[in-house]
Design a protein around this ligand. Structure first.
Ligand code: ZN
Length: 89
């Protein structure tokens, strides 16, 4: 299951904090995030107010986003703690 996800979405590249429940959600990408992309995610946390289940495209409607946020989650979904250890920088 996990390896299937990695094939489709890439590896875990970072995380973003939900402004409602405060849980961290995993960001997947085929490629390593650039500094600019990491800044975008930071800004989204601080200004756009990411909420569980928002897609990367909804978060950055004017940009082509090279990374993926798992959709179909909500604030009650369990955190994917097992993936945190695998964040690849
Ligand atoms: Zn949430």
């Amino acid at each position: 299951m996990a390896s299937f996800l990695f094939k489709i979405l890439g590896k875990v590249r970072g995380r973003i904090k939900c402004s409602e429940c405060g849980k961290y959600r995993v960001i997947y990408g085929r490629h390593k995030l650039s500094a600019a992309q990491e800044n975008l995610i930071k800004r989204a946390e601080e200004e756009v107010f990411y909420v569980c289940g928002t897609s990367a495209q909804e978060l950055f409607p004017t940009k082509k986003v090279p990374f993926v946020l798992k959709e179909g989650q909500n604030c009650l979904s369990v955190i994917e703690t097992t993936y945190y250890a695998g964040i690849v920088k």
